[in-house]
Write a protein that binds this ligand. Structure first.
Ligand code: X2X
Length: 335
């Protein structure tokens, strides 16, 4: 048998080449969506499903592509490349967005939302509307209406269980790149280091930092339990992911395609919220079985520490009375 170009095409290449050419030739708009989470996290599972639905409903006019796991850069890179045309969409914690839109950080106030009912009422209600208006007004981006879930954050450590605020004293703690996170862990008298998520596993493994904080769904899907021994169930803040679009790029789409993308992003967000909650609920047992040691904590003691450090007063002042009132409308009086 002679292997020439034609037989190669007929065998190995026959399936791959024509599909790729077909997709490229047909799609009028290639839309790139990037995020910082592992492929196995519900965010990416729902995003991939959503991408297929967008492509199908647009009848191939859109080629919506998902780039997980920081493939197109860290959160900080993505924020600084908004105008470069490298991506059209990304998901970002409201707190990391705080480097650009400080008022967006208000949903991260420590121990604010008592449960998910309060979270979604606020974020789908007036607090979320306020933040989305700020994002659209103060950046080149806009946020889709339904924020996606990250979850309630828990603290982990390689050296000792964190049972009380004193255990955080002087502890080298990784926090995401955000003024609010640094401020909160300074209030706990820890020694916070801002590190992008892409570098967290290695930073923990090489003991550049002793600990980090993230929801269980991230601890599990990013396998942080391999490099962290203790998990303290602190629930110290709820965190989400605004699904952000670059305004200029989105405005290039015809109205009917904008409508498809908007509807699918919001619908996928609602499904993803359910997935994350369910995943988080089952993970204590899973991670215990993998050797992680868990402890519960008294939220009131941690909250009192933040209060006495002046944390709530400082951020109330920064966000302003009006925004603070929008938060307390859903959480009740915070201090
Ligand atoms: O960087 C983190 O810790 C993560 C993945 O939770 C966020 O995107 C805020």
């Amino acid at each position: 048998m002679t292997l020439n170009r034609r037989t190669l095409l007929a065998s190995a290449g026959a399936l791959a080449v024509p599909t790729a050419v077909f997709a490229q030739a047909k799609a009028e708009f290639t839309l790139k969506y990037a995020n910082n989470l592992p492929l196995t996290h519900p965010m990416n599972q729902r995003a991939n499903e959503m991408a297929a639905k967008i492509n199908a409903e647009s009848k191939g006019r859109i080629d919506f592509k998902v780039f997980p796991n920081g493939q197109l850069g860290t959160d900080t890179d993505m924020l600084s490349q908004i105008r470069s045309g490298a991506i059209e969409f990304f998901t970002l914690s409201p707190l990391i967005l705080g480097t650009l839109v400080p008022s967006a950080q208000i949903s991260g106030v420590g121990f604010a939302f008592k449960d998910y009912n309060q979270v979604w009422a606020a974020m789908d209600g007036d607090l979320g509307a306020h933040v989305r208006k700020e994002i659209a007004g103060k950046s080149a981006m806009f946020a889709f209406e339904k924020i996606w879930d990250n979850g309630y954050r828990q603290m982990t450590s390689s050296s000792a269980a964190i049972t009380k605020p004193d255990d955080l004293k002087g502890m080298k703690m990784r926090v995401p790149p955000s003024p609010f996170w640094v401020s909160m862990f300074k209030a706990f008298e820890a020694s916070p280091a801002t590190i992008n998520f892409a570098e967290v596993y290695t930073a923990l493994q090489t003991k550049v930092v002793d600990g980090q904080e993230n929801p269980l769904a991230i601890i599990a899907t990013a396998k942080l339990n391999e490099v962290q021994k203790y998990c303290s169930l602190t629930n110290h803040m709820w965190d989400g992911f605004w699904f952000l679009g670059i305004k200029k790029a989105f405005e290039r789409l015809p109205a009917d395609l904008q409508e498809i993308v908007t509807r699918k992003v919001n619908a996928a967000g609602l499904l993803q919220r359910d997935d994350v909650r369910k995943l988080n609920d089952g993970l204590v047992a899973d991670l215990k079985a993998k050797g992680m040691l868990f402890n519960t904590t008294d939220a009131e003691v941690f909250r009192a520490k933040l209060r006495s450090a002046g944390f709530y007063a400082e951020w109330h002042k920064k966000f302003g009375d009006e925004a603070w009132a929008l938060l307390e409308k859903y959480t009740g009086k915070l201090v």
